[in-house]
Design a protein around this ligand. Sequence first.
Ligand code: GLN
Length: 202
Amino acid sequence: SLRVGVLALQGDVREHLAVLTALGADARPVRRPEELAAVEGLVLPGGESSVIDKLARAFGLFDPIRAAIADGMPMYGTCAGLILLADRIDGAITGQQTFGGLDVRVQRNAFGSQTQSFETDLAVPALGDPPVHAVFIRAPAVVEWGPDAEPLASLPDGRVVAVEQGRLLGTAFHPESTGETRFHERFLVHVRERRGAGAPAF
Ligand code: GLN
């Protein structure tokens, strides 16, 4: 089976592990560089991006994750995880860094303080029917993207909330908490494709 990790420094790690396990993957938490080196793909969970950034540096994972992205390891970030995959962020706290990889600018807490959470049904043509029931929790939005970043879903106001670039996937919402499995399946397809392209399997 595909050996994938969930970055387990902070955030909704358990939910992602449960979805990936239900899809037949060998999913395990990643907290140390050795654990990162033993997986073929990595999920970056929702949580607080500035905290995950700080902890990644404290745990010696920041540079290894950047190197893994540069090496083509498939990754899927939800919410805070999308922020961590963005090359540029608006509303970062002082000193906040990202792993990067997605040529996008993400606005943190894009939906303001009054409507911090909302749900909506989103058309995602790349996933087909039915639409995705998307839950946004103090969510970011993609407000600019470069030519290699492909928007997969947008809100009626034009802001992008799901994006893909090569084998990097990000959503501003949380499929892991609603029983939606198609984004995780897509991530696992990326992992399988990369294995097929000659990456080391375990
Ligand atoms: N607002 C959080 C951040 O900036 C993201 C929220 C979430 O992951 N649910 O990291």
